[in-house]
Design a protein around this ligand. Structure first.
Ligand code: GDP
Ligand code: GDP
Length: 455
């Protein structure tokens, strides 16, 4: 199961600083989603060979020790989603009444709680420690979020067990090339399933996922399956068309369940992430009338991190004037530049318009992601790309790219060996990725490049 760490603590103890540290591998990606992720609360990270999802509950509490103000409904929802709770306190100020109130709340959640003492760079650890033990949450973990010290130990303590096989942590600063450390996470070969291509329909509540799945199967099965009170979070619908088998995964159950119990989070990123990870292809459903919202951006970030083949379905295309449609297209072009590898379909789930093309698009994405390409072919292409456009000089020497081979399939990953590759500008990486994409006719799958340097 995905370890999901919720960061809880009074304002200013350093939650967002820690969040950024723990999800650093995604920083470049996030920085390149203009205006989409300002209030990002969820992020994937990898440290000490462990993968995890971090939820920052920050920005919600007030500067007070009153528990109601500190812990809004959002924070509680995040805590319910989490598998591990991290209570962050400020080592400089010592334990306050607010910290004590939070500790008491966390203790009764029935989940492992860890006490994290931050800002130990500015305080003597001993004094901070003695205070922290008072909270009765076991041995405190000392960190400095700004310096990044103590973080690996923290993760190793929270997520014990052997580190998973790290497949190099080369990083690119280019979202269109995908995040190579994310690539390494998802890069296990995935056997093609006998039950059929698993397509997850992911999107915010009300964008039309259930309507779309119903439309695809031509009957109201999803609704029938989705009785109120059911505890199922997603609904699998086996389905066959033109001799091919599918499992359509409707993630809308998340919302329906929320109607039954209003206290339950209305939109579960964790459930969406599970659906994304289990799917062969993700169909991201957007509402044409709403554009790309913050929640959409979260989902896109998760799908990109998972390296999942992707199709974008812009739903509710009916009833829009030509001008409105042009506006929507422009808006999407602007906000989804980093998704230009994915096919974009404008559909009406309600009327069925355009829906028929989605399955074919899902196949193209799935096939692209599974493409086998010989080392010889990848090397030929590398030679051609380098000849057409040399890598720049660095420290007076030409950056050299020597050979390439296939690294994995989720996302489609090409490993390139050379020297000084860590100095390749993002622009050049994008050039290589786009060159490969075009030559190999890859659609719907991110292309990740991993660089290995020989000197
Ligand atoms: P949040 O409100 O809990 O999200 O706290 P922030 O992450 O915004 O941090 C609040 C302030 O504490 C900022 O000025 C940070 O730079 C500072 N801060 C965070 N972590 C550390 C740390 O490890 N050491 C020091 N000295 N300052 C820190
Ligand atoms: P979900 O929460 O994503 O599963 O969304 P639903 O499938 O329950 O749809 C939410 C609402 O949007 C319902 O009232 C649907 O009738 C409506 N809806 C879904 N697809 C379309 C569409 O293509 N056009 C229009 N106009 N409305 C739609």
């Amino acid at each position: 199961m995905q370890a999901t760490l919720a960061l809880v603590g009074r304002p200013n103890v350093g939650k967002s600083t820690l969040f950024n540290r723990l999800t650093r591998s995604r920083d470049a990606l996030v920085a390149n989603l203009p205006g989409l992720t300002r209030d990002r609360k969820y992020g994937l990270g990898r440290l000490g060979g462990r993968d995890y999802l971090v939820v920052d509950t920050g920005g919600l509490g007030e500067e007070t020790d009153a528990i109601d103000a500190l812990m809004g409904e959002q924070t509680r929802a995040a805590m319910r989603e989490a598998t591990h709770l991290l209570l962050l306190i400020d080592g400089r100020t010592g334990v306050t009444a607010g910290d004590e109130a939070l500790a008491a709340e966390l203790r009764v959640m029935g989940k492992p709680v860890y006490l994290v003492v931050n800002k130990v760079d500015t305080t003597t650890p001993d004094a901070a420690l003695a205070e922290a033990y008072r909270l009765g949450l076991g041995e405190p973990l000392l960190i400095s979020a700004t310096r990044g010290s103590g973080l690996e130990r923290l993760i190793e303590r929270v997520i014990p067990g052997p580190a998973s096989e790290a497949w190099t942590d080369a990083e690119t600063d280019d979202p269109s090339v995908a995040d190579a450390s994310a690539a390494s996470r998802g890069n296990m070969p995935r056997p093609r399933s006998k039950e059929g291509t698993r397509i997850a329909f992911v999107g915010r509540p009300n964008v039309g996922k259930s309507t779309l799945v119903n439309r695809l199967i031509g009957e109201n099965r999803v609704v029938v399956f989705d009785r109120p009170g059911t505890t199922r979070d997603t609904i699998d619908v086996p389905f066959e068309r033109d001799g091919r088998r599918y499992v359509l995964v409707d993630t809308a159950g998340i919302r329906r369940r929320a109607r039954v119990n209003e206290m339950v989070e209305k939109f579960s990123i964790v459930k969406a992430l599970e659906a994304i990870n289990a799917a062969d292809v993700v169909v991201l459903v957007l509402d044409a009338r709403a554009g790309v919202t913050e929640q959409d951006a979260h989902l896109i970030g998760l799908a990109l991190d998972a390296g999942a083949p992707l199709v974008v379905a812009v739903n509710k295309w009916d009833g829009l004037t030509a001008d409105e449609r042009a506006d929507v297209r422009r808006g999407l072009d602007l906000r989804l530049t980093f998704l230009d590898f994915a096919e974009r379909h404008f559909i009406s789930a309600l009327h069925g318009t355009g829906v028929g093309h989605l399955l074919a698009a899902a196949h193209r994405a799935d096939d692209s992601a599974h493409r086998e390409v010989s080392t010889a072919a990848l090397n030929r292409l590398l030679e051609g790309l380098v000849a057409a456009h040399q890598p720049p000089l660095s420290r007076g020497r030409r950056i050299k790219l020597r050979y390439a081979h296939l690294g994995g399939h989720r996302p489609f990953t090409i490993v390139i060996h050379g020297n000084q590759t860590e100095r390749l500008p993002g622009e050049y990486k994008r050039y290589l990725a786009n060159g490969y994409r075009k030559a190999l006719k890859l659609v719907g799958t991110p292309v990740a490049l991993e660089f290995k340097t020989g000197d």
